[in-house]
Unconditional design. Structure first.
Lengths: 161, 779
């Protein structure tokens, strides 16, 4: 057993865990943050994407102990003071989701994409989301959702995280 | 009725929970004291189990129990198949294998432990001694003879079936030309992003079992699992919570579902099993899997005289719910959107040492459309005619109303105007200019192709006489005393958006805000019996049931309003949620909210009226619906790498009356991309030992965002006469219409190299070989 300190969505947790515990299981089972999903256990589908110290990572292939001392943002931490993150708004307005299973990972990945590139082209969005699979939407509405979010973020800068 | 919501691109009401990570899929439901299950699955495609030693696993830390086929298969009935065909050989498919395994991934034993890590660890401690048997993999070869999978049948042929009408021999004889082609529809993995999962809890006091399972068919699954477990159906509650995609793969009843229910009763603890992706690729059904031979006769002018399709359909080792029935849908749709006087399908269902095939988005219809559309292209190529002209030559005149179009497959298409969608698509593409551009590109040495498909599909399944387990759908609509509206739908949507579109129907019918409407589905203890969304029937059948219940409800509310308003024989009108009547020269009105409260207080009801404000309808459609459309793909091929790049993708679909265009676009986009996956990327691969080579998402190429084009969509609206709203269905249109367009575009691009046909998925390597083989010579 190991002790880790992790700040998740602004709350610091001190936990005793098995060394082999995956970060995604820590988030889902120990902390009850079930918005982060598991779709492949092999970092290929991106359903488990969260931000670790500001970087989008696949939490299904990272050990929780590797997040020790780190700051994690999950889908549950994106909305601020009851206001949806612009990417969440974009996905809602443009029907960027159907079954919703890939959505949390997709939204987290898109949020980071826009942080790095506030004005991405269609191609850059598609490239930036290459690590996230969606089986429902055919991606077109997702691209439009991200474009919409980019516009919103430009008109209303510095979304607090 | 004012259409405030219907026809509008309304944002989905289900989205807020989904975009915030607040939805509850099976694995998100946590019950105290839950035990976790993990499976030992066969590593061989065909083998005798000589011995099975679970002792070490049972003694492992944290392990509560290990169950084998010996225990479980005595207690639980076989995995059900609902398809009935004459002479069908149905193998005995047990929830855990006993003495023989017939596909890689077949469950042999299940470990239950305090946590999932301990369960998974203990699986590795189970010792199995296998004796390998010769494997049967190719459906066509397996039909000819060789090793037999199910010895008691003495053959691998599960059934043979001939379908179609007209004198096919005479039709082919009367043709100027007969074109023949062998085609492959390779196996596909549905890959719902949420793998399957089950949580079971038994309440010994009530003797009730609750199963939360990621299913598309909660009611049908409850019936079947109750039979498997030998328990009263009304003591089994089945809940499909949030379901992360299905595409047919969860239109099934699986061994794991019944097993978890049984184990939770055995151990008196909640038990959860969540499928891994590898298990999903190995042991959840696959789609397609046909080897077929097309024979099409035509006149010199392109008129089709007859079509024969001889097909070997790969069943896998056992049947799931609809396995043998899928090729029958292929047979039904072999007329496509054309007048074909004689059609014959000779199908042979064949057992192989692979997981079962079953319904995957489209389910037999993409196969049919691909056959017919390839046939059209092959005829055009043979006769030197334009592929569009050949299609037009064989279109029936527009039809509808009380004049359906009868096909030689025994169907009556409800309404259609195939020229309408084709013309719109050709106009959007500027087809003549596309062909000129192609000519110019070819002169420049570029490899450009244009593919057109015109399709019709069969939806809204269907009349009960033509469905394996009821073709109707149900709905209850209630207005609560506080005037909030509750809809219970028997179909169980899982991403299609019916929580929104059904709320739109209620919003317009009752004059209420859609945010005051809640749509409940997927819980057999709450919702009256229903069937499902499959076969693109959610809106056309399930939505119609909602529509009918709303009508009934409105009728009652109007009667009550007239009574309260003391309208007598004066007409009562209803607009924007308000009933009004001229009573003794005075304009009196009452809101639907006030009527709802009055119905529940029941102090002032007409003498013959029951209290409450609730209506239930069961809708039995008289026919299927037949949506149609035209898709155009334009591709350019990289001469150096063989890579296929989309220049344009155009789709004009007609799914009848549209309730929410945003949702329709979403369905079409998703379907097209799955079709592109089939055409260019996706293929389940077993090696010659029956090992699944494409067992992860690294090896099985689900399209990613960069791999698919921008899609230009439009639509026409030809209402269906089959239901009062005129809706048809759209969930599977993309997978049906797009595959042939994409394949046709690539083949068109490569036609200067003498190519007339290629099998899916068309990979850059195949393309590169064609270009380079020919370039080395004359071209």
């Amino acid at each position: 057993m190991k002790t880790i300190n992790v700040t998740v969505n602004g709350v610091t947790h001190r936990s005793e865990i098995e060394s082999r515990l995956l970060l995604v299981h820590y988030l889902r089972d120990a902390l009850g943050l079930t918005g982060t999903h598991i779709g492949c256990e092999t970092s290929l589908c991106g359903a488990c994407t969260v931000l670790l110290d500001g970087q989008a990572i696949k939490s299904c292939t990272l050990l929780a102990v590797q997040a020790n001392g780190g700051t994690v943002t999950t889908i549950e931490g994106l909305a601020q003071n009851g206001e949806l993150h612009p990417v969440q708004q974009g996905f809602w307005e443009h029907h960027g989701l159907q079954c919703g299973y890939c959505t949390p990972g997709m939204i987290v990945a898109a949020a980071q994409l826009l942080e790095r590139n506030p004005d991405p082209t269609d191609e850059q969005i598609r490239h930036g989301l290459e690590g996230n699979l969606c089986r429902c939407t055919g991606y077109q509405h997702i691209v439009q959702a991200v474009q919409c979010a980019a516009k919103k973020m430009k008109s209303k800068p510095a979304v607090a995280r | 009725m004012a259409e405030k919501y219907v026809g509008k691109s309304v944002k989905r009401t289900e989205d807020p929970r989904l975009i915030q990570g607040l939805a509850h899929y099976v694995d998100d439901i946590k019950l105290p004291d839950t035990a976790h299950a993990a499976f030992l699955r066969s590593i061989y495609a065909h083998a005798h189990i000589k011995s099975l030693d679970v002792g070490a696993a049972r003694r492992a830390p944290g392990v509560l129990a290990v169950f084998t086929g010996l225990e479980a298969s005595g207690a639980i009935g076989p995995v059900p198949c609902a398809a009935a065909l004459p002479g069908l050989k149905v193998p005995d498919y047990r929830v855990l294998a006993t003495n023989k395994v017939c596909f890689v991934g077949q469950p042999i034993a299940v470990v239950v432990a305090e946590n999932k890590y301990a369960a998974r660890d203990a699986v590795d401690l189970i010792q199995v001694e296998y004796e390998e048997l010769p494997v049967v993999l190719n459906e066509e070869k397996a039909a000819q003879g060789g090793p037999v999978i199910h010895e008691k049948f003495g053959t691998n042929i599960a059934y043979t079936l001939t379908a179609g009408e007209g004198d096919i021999e005479a039709a082919l004889k009367s043709a100027d030309k007969i074109v023949k082609q062998k085609i492959l529809h390779r196996r596909l993995a549905p890959v719902a992003m949420e793998p399957r999962g089950v949580l079971a809890r038994y309440y010994p006091g009530e003797q009730e079992l609750t199963l939360w399972t990621s299913t598309q068919i909660p009611h049908l699954a409850r019936t079947q699992i109750a039979i498997m477990l030998g328990m009263p159906e009304n003591k089994l509650r089945l809940i499909a919570p949030e379901v992360g995609g299905g595409f047919g793969s969860k239109l099934n009843v699986y061994a794991e579902e019944a097993l978890m229910g049984w184990i939770s009763m055995e151990l008196d603890r909640p038990v959860k099993w969540i499928e891994t992706r590898r298990e999903n690729m190995q042991a959840t059904i696959h789609g397609r899997g046909q080897t077929g031979y097309i024979e099409v006769g035509c006149k010199k002018d392109g008129t089709i005289t007859g079509l024969r399709y001889n097909v070997y359909a790969d069943m896998g080792a056992y049947f799931q719910l609809l396995t043998p029935a899928i090729p029958t849908l292929t047979g039904l749709m072999l007329s496509g959107c054309y007048k074909i006087p004689a059609i014959q399908m000779n199908a042979t269902g064949v057992f192989t040492n692979k997981v079962a095939t079953d319904a995957y988005r489209g389910a037999g219809r993409p196969e049919a459309t691909y056959v017919v559309e390839r046939a059209m292209d092959l005829v055009a190529a043979e006769l030197g005619l334009d592929a569009v002209a050949v299609r037009r030559k064989n279109f029936p005149a527009p039809f509808g109303g009380d004049k359906p179009f009868k096909t030689a497959t025994g169907l009556f298409y409800d309404s259609g105007d195939y020229e309408l969608t084709l013309k719109k698509a050709l106009d959007m593409a500027n087809y003549p200019k596309l062909r000129e551009d192609q000519k110019r590109a070819r002169n420049e040495g570029r490899i450009v192709g244009i593919g057109v498909s015109t399709y019709v599909e069969i939806c809204a399944i269907g009349p009960s006489a033509a469905a394996p387990a009821g073709g109707w759908e149900s709905a209850t609509v209630r207005i609560e005393p506080t005037a909030k509206v509750t809809i219970l739908t028997g179909c169980s949507p899982h991403g299609q958006g019916q929580e929104t579109s059904f709320a739109q129907l209620a919003g317009d019918h009752l004059g209420v805000n859609i945010n005051d409407v809640t749509v409940i589905h997927g819980d057999t203890a709450i919702v009256q019996y229903g069937i499902g969304t499959f076969g693109s029937r959610g809106t056309a059948v399930g939505g119609t049931a909602v529509y009918m219940a709303l009508e009934k409800l409105n009728e009652k509310a109007t009667k009550l309003a007239a009574h309260i308003l003391e309208a007598g024989s004066a007409p009562v009108t209803f607009q924007d949620g308000k009933f009004s009547a001229q009573v003794k020269g005075e304009n009196k009105s009452i809101t639907i909210q006030e009527v709802a409260l009055a119905a529940h207080l029941a102090r002032n009801l007409p003498p013959d009226m029951e209290p409450g404000l609730s209506a239930t309808s069961f809708f039995e459609p008289k026919n299927f619906t037949f949506p149609f459309g035209s898709h155009i793909a334009v591709v350019e091929i990289d001469r150096d790498t063989g890579e296929i790049h989309f220049q344009r993708y155009i789709a004009v679909d007609d799914c009848g009356k549209v309730i929410n265009p945003l949702l329709v676009h979403g369905q079409v986009h998703g379907g097209i991309v799955q079709a592109i996956g089939q055409a260019l990327y996706e293929e389940v691969v077993y090696d010659d030992q029956g090992q699944l080579v494409s067992g992860t998402l690294m090896d099985y190429a689900v399209p990613r965002a960069e791999m698919v084009p921008w899609m230009e969509l439009d639509r026409t609206e030809t209402p269906s006469p089959v239901n009062p709203m005129g809706v048809k269905g759209v969930g599977e249109a993309g997978t049906i219409g797009a595959t042939p367009a994409v394949v046709s575009a690539v083949i068109d691009a490569l036609s200067p190299f003498g190519v007339r046909h290629m099998d899916m998925p068309i990979k850059p390597e195949d393309v590169w070989r064609i270009i380079n083989k020919k370039s080395a010579g004359a071209a």
